[in-house]
Design a protein around this ligand. Structure first.
Ligand code: ZN
Length: 604
């Protein structure tokens, strides 16, 4: 179908077709821009301002809509035959705030809108050969009435659809009002609209396209085994909901089936696994995309399509659409003010935070998808690095003399002997008075020796410090909320830290937020599991927990640890970014998903 301006102004369908006459005037540009149109036959107040006064009119028996006003106002005109129905219907369909006089005019408006959208999508090349479709629903609990679901029919030329071709269903997929046009069938996509409506309760419109770029974008991976298309660092990412310029958009890809209704189960899994995505790609087929209003669904669908075209063309140029740019200055700017940027999107990131609000308004979960186990580092992840450096270690030194003075002669002797033996092994024993345990401890701390005798003594001192209330384990405020969320969603939390299991239990048992040990399923340290930079440590942990490494989500502030975990097949590796952590390297930034708050691990 040609664009509106090119509709031949010839062959009026009847001599009394005053509407058609009006259209000719508008098509010649005689309309007053911004004012809309009226020739006296149509009550002007029913047709509020249109932007260009453009009309699309097949015949007076069919439909009369105006395309302007951001597509959000639909009017129908009069004609001799169907005056009762076509007299008045004006709908601001935006976000369901329908301004209609009765339910039949609402239906009329929505049916017309679906026809018009289908025609538009045909022009975009998304719905040629009768492919693709649109569904819109209105009503719902917010309006204290049942949902009314309107769906395009099967097999009809999308550029030639009219409102009378549209089905109205209830939320159980029963036909409430069949189309007026005889012999139409429900589309095979119909069950799929309902999958989206069920799992996205705020969705009010779903669009299905057979866009060329959407299907090509599912084939960028030559093995066609990838279940997700990643795109990052493109301005149009802002147009698809939940994403900023430098976020990584992940659109799930499901495999095609011989008939469309067989896609329902996969679609359901993908929607739930990727809560941030407002679309699902179907390999070698097209796209399903939705929004909280039909306008949102449409603009998002356009943005997605633009991004798919970009991804396909980038791949052709040998560029990876999922990788951040290796050059350019943006990332340097990003280093300067990450704080403000991140706070804008609602996470507590650095400094100021409001976890209760974050948890409620957290619409940007990054995990877990198939994660069953959350494995957390402590320092720089659950807890400030400075807590160990500025609180725990100084506590040992400042309470050392007091601690030693309270030992009985036997304990004193055992401690001195153990310290001495470790100093001999470290070949520094000759530089210190080996009858003075305090002096030996200070030397070990000064030389940063990680020896068993010192660790044991530190552990004992910390325990008494925690028990007396001198020490309270630091945890970031998001930690507790995250633990509660994981518990209520069946995700088990484990800790893997270089600090001993004993020290870990003390930290969480006597934390600033109280005793948190009930939320932690188990603990690992280097004695139970090995070095944190060794992949085999992570394999061992997975075996000990009894899951496959791919089911584990591991969070750490250290790239080497994430790298080791990834080599061991850990399913998801997340870099935690906390105040005082070492700056991210370019590679760390590129390779790992980063989280400013553990709440980002929680879904909605
Ligand atoms: Zn299709």
């Amino acid at each position: 179908m040609a664009p509106a301006e090119m509709v031949p102004p010839a062959s009026p369908t009847s001599a009394t077709d005053s509407v058609h006459t009006l259209e000719l005037g508008m098509l010649r540009g005689e309309g007053e821009a911004g004012r809309g149109w009226s020739n006296g036959d149509i009550r002007p107040e029913l047709f509020p301002a249109t932007r260009n006064g453009r009309l699309q009119l097949y015949s007076s028996q069919r439909r009369l809509l105006h395309l302007a006003s951001g597509w959000s106002r639909i009017g129908t005109g009069t004609d001799g035959k169907e005056a009762s129905e076509l007299t008045h219907a004006v709908s601001s369909s935006n976000r369901g705030a329908a301004i209609v006089e009765d339910s039949s005019s609402e239906a009329l408006a929505v049916r017309s809108l679906i026809a018009q959208l289908c025609e538009q999508f045909y022009r975009f090349g998304w719905a040629t050969g009768t492919g693709g479709g649109v569904s819109i629903r209105v009503g719902g609990p917010a309006e204290n009435r049942p949902w009314r679901v309107f769906v395009a029919p099967s097999g009809i030329q999308k550029e030639d659809m009219i409102g009378d071709d549209v089905f109205e269903l209830d939320m159980d997929c029963n036909i409430v009002h069949p189309p007026k046009t005889p012999n139409l069938r429900l589309s095979a996509c119909t069950p799929l609209w309902f999958v989206v409506y069920k799992h996205r309760p705020t969705a009010r419109a779903v669009i299905h396209t057979h866009s060329m770029y959407a299907q090509l974008a599912t084939m960028l991976d030559p093995t066609e085994s990838r279940k997700v298309l990643s795109i990052t660092h493109l301005e149009m990412l802002k147009g698809v909901g939940h994403h900023g310029y430098d976020d990584v958009l992940e659109i799930p890809i499901i495999d095609n089936r011989p008939s469309e209704d067989l896609l329902a189960e996969q679609l359901e899994l993908a929607i739930n696994a990727y809560p941030k995505s407002n679309a699902v790609l179907v390999r070698r087929h097209g796209l399903y995309c939705w929004g909280d209003s039909w306008e949102q669904a449409k603009t998002q669908c356009e943005s997605f399509d633009y991004l798919f075209q970009a991804a396909v063309e980038m791949a052709r140029l040998g560029l990876d659409p999922g990788a951040p740019p290796a050059h350019g200055t943006y990332r340097e700017d990003d280093e300067v003010e990450p704080k403000a940027k991140r706070q804008n999107i609602g996470f507590n990131g650095l400094g100021r935070c409001d976890n209760a609000v974050d948890l409620v308004s957290n619409k940007l979960p990054i995990l877990p998808r198939d994660g069953k186990i959350l494995l957390l580092d402590i320092e720089g992840c659950t807890t400030a690095i400075s807590f160990v450096k500025d609180t725990l270690f100084p506590y040992v030194l400042s309470h050392l003399d007091d601690y030693i003075s309270r030992l009985d002669p036997m304990e004193f002797g055992l401690l001195a002997e153990a310290l001495h033996s470790d100093l001999v092994n470290a070949k520094v024993a000759e530089t210190v008075d080996t009858s003075d345990p305090a002096a030996m401890v200070r030397l070990m701390v000064q030389k940063d020796l990680k020896v068993a005798s010192l660790k044991r003594m530190q552990g004992q001192m910390w325990r008494s410090g925690y028990e007396k209330g001198d020490l309270k384990g630091h945890v970031y405020p998001d930690f507790v909320h995250m633990v509660n969320w994981m518990q209520s969603h069946g995700v088990n939390i484990y800790i893997y830290s270089s600090g001993s299991v004993e020290a870990q239990k003390l930290l969480f048992g006597y934390s600033e937020e109280g005793d948190l040990t009930a939320g932690i399923e188990g603990h690992f340290d280097i004695t139970t599991s090995g070095n944190k930079k060794d992949p085999s440590s992570y394999s061992k942990i997975a075996r000990d927990i009894g899951v496959s490494p791919s089911q584990i989500v591991f969070c750490s502030d250290l790239e080497d640890e994430l790298q080791a975990a990834r080599l061991a097949g850990i399913g998801h590796t997340v870099m935690t970014i906390r105040p005082g952590n070492a700056p991210l390297t370019a590679n760390g930034r590129k390779e790992y998903v980063s989280a400013f708050s553990l709440l980002q691990l929680c879904g909605v």
